[in-house]
Every structure is written in C-alpha cells, then in structure tokens.
Design a protein around this ligand. Sequence first.
Ligand SMILES: CC(C)(COP(=O)(O)OP(=O)(O)OC[C@H]1O[C@@H](n2cnc3c(N)ncnc32)[C@H](O)[C@@H]1OP(=O)(O)O)[C@@H](O)C(=O)NCCC(=O)NCCS
Length: 196
Amino acid sequence: MVETLIDKCPRIETERLILRKWEERDLDGIVEMNADPRVMEFFPDVMSHDESAHMLARLMAKQDELGFACPVVEDRVSGRFLGFCGLNIPTYPIPLPFDPCVEIGWRLIPDAWGKGIAQESARIWLEFGFETLEIDEIVSFTTETNLRSQKLMQRLGMTRNSADDFNHQMLEDDHPLVRHVLYRLTKDRFESVSKS
Ligand SMILES: CC(C)(COP(=O)(O)OP(=O)(O)OC[C@H]1O[C@@H](n2cnc3c(N)ncnc32)[C@H](O)[C@@H]1OP(=O)(O)O)[C@@H](O)C(=O)NCCC(=O)NCCS
C-alpha cells in the first residue's frame, strides 16, 4: 500500500516554506547542516563532506524507490535549505525492534529552530501519511537525552510508552547515545488532536 501510494508525494508550499523532494543542488545545504555540532549533538558525530554526499545519494535513491525519504524543508522567500522533515521508512542493516514502520524524522539548521518550522512541516506530512497514504500509525524515535526532539513529538500528539524504549541497534551497548525512546501516533489520535 505505502509503496504504491507514496509515489504521490507532492511538493507543498505554505506561506513561508516549500516542502519538496531532495535534489542534487541540496548538497551544500546538507553538508553544512551535518557538519554543525549543534545539529549533531545527539548523533555519534558530525559528518564529513563525503559522508553527507553519501547520505544525499542514499536519500535520493530511496525517494526514487519509495516516493520520498525525509523530504527537504526550504525557505520559500530566500530559497535557503533549512533541513529535512517528513516521512521515511527506516532501512537499517539490522531491523528496529518495532519494524516494519513508517517514521517521521527531522533535522533543521539552527537558524530555523524556535520558529515552529519543524512542527508546521511535520503536521503537513502526518496529515498526508494518515489521510492520503492511509497509514495506521506513524512513529518517531530519538535518544532519551534529545528533549528538543521529544518536545516536538509531544506537541504533535505523539505518546511514549517506556516499555517501547530500546537500545539503538547501530550503536554499541555502552555508547552514551544508545538508549532511545519511541513515540507513536495513531491515525485516530492524530485526528482527535487536530480537532482539539
Ligand atoms: C528537533 C528540532 C527539529 C526541533 O526544532 P524546534 O524549532 O524546536 O521545533 P518546533 O518547530 O516544534 O518549534 C517549536 C519552538 O518554536 C517556537 N515558535 C515560534 N514561532 C512558532 C510558531 N509560529 N508555531 C509554533 N511554534 C513556534 C515555539 O515556542 C517553540 O519554542 P521553544 O522550543 O522555545 O518552546 C531541531 O531542534 C533540530 O533540528 N535539532 C537537531 C537535529 C535533531 O536532533 N533531530 C532529531 C533527531 S531524532
């Protein structure tokens, strides 16, 4: 279902944002974002130019295959690359404990924080996921120390059950970032939160 409908991934324009697929021209933006220690505080390390170039290539290959992979957020007026926010189907070499799943993920440049940009973009993609793709549940996960990201999950109406907390399978068990929290959102809850 998701694999066929996801082809319908639109380009969306709001008053201040453009939400769209990845393009080659996003290389400089993703390189700068992933090299910023403030952005990468809750990831194992900042990323080199080559690592970000590989990430862009992987995201573009994935969006060719599935329709999208954490779409780009662009400033509508200036055209500046602000980061990414949106739906993704995780494809780690080792599955997540809650696979198969559709996640919503985000990473913005610091200039775009504190303006509700992630929240605005995420709401649009959640609505698209639940209403157009007819997904029953969308999840989000982060390290237990990434409170800014968790605050966003809570603002979106996502809920955490500590029984779902997990050690990220791509990190060693003694890595300081290994412990992760999982937030879930069902279509029914999204609809009731959106109406309230
Ligand atoms: C996680 C991240 C996307 C959150 O960004 P954010 O800007 O805090 O999130 P939101 O879009 O929800 O914005 C909310 C903030 O904007 C403020 N705001 C200003 N104008 C607003 C508006 N029009 N609408 C809503 N909120 C607005 C809110 O008051 C809130 O401020 P506060 O954090 O001081 O309470 C961002 O910090 C980030 O990219 N971090 C680095 C990467 C990362 O950790 N990614 C997650 C890994 S899982």
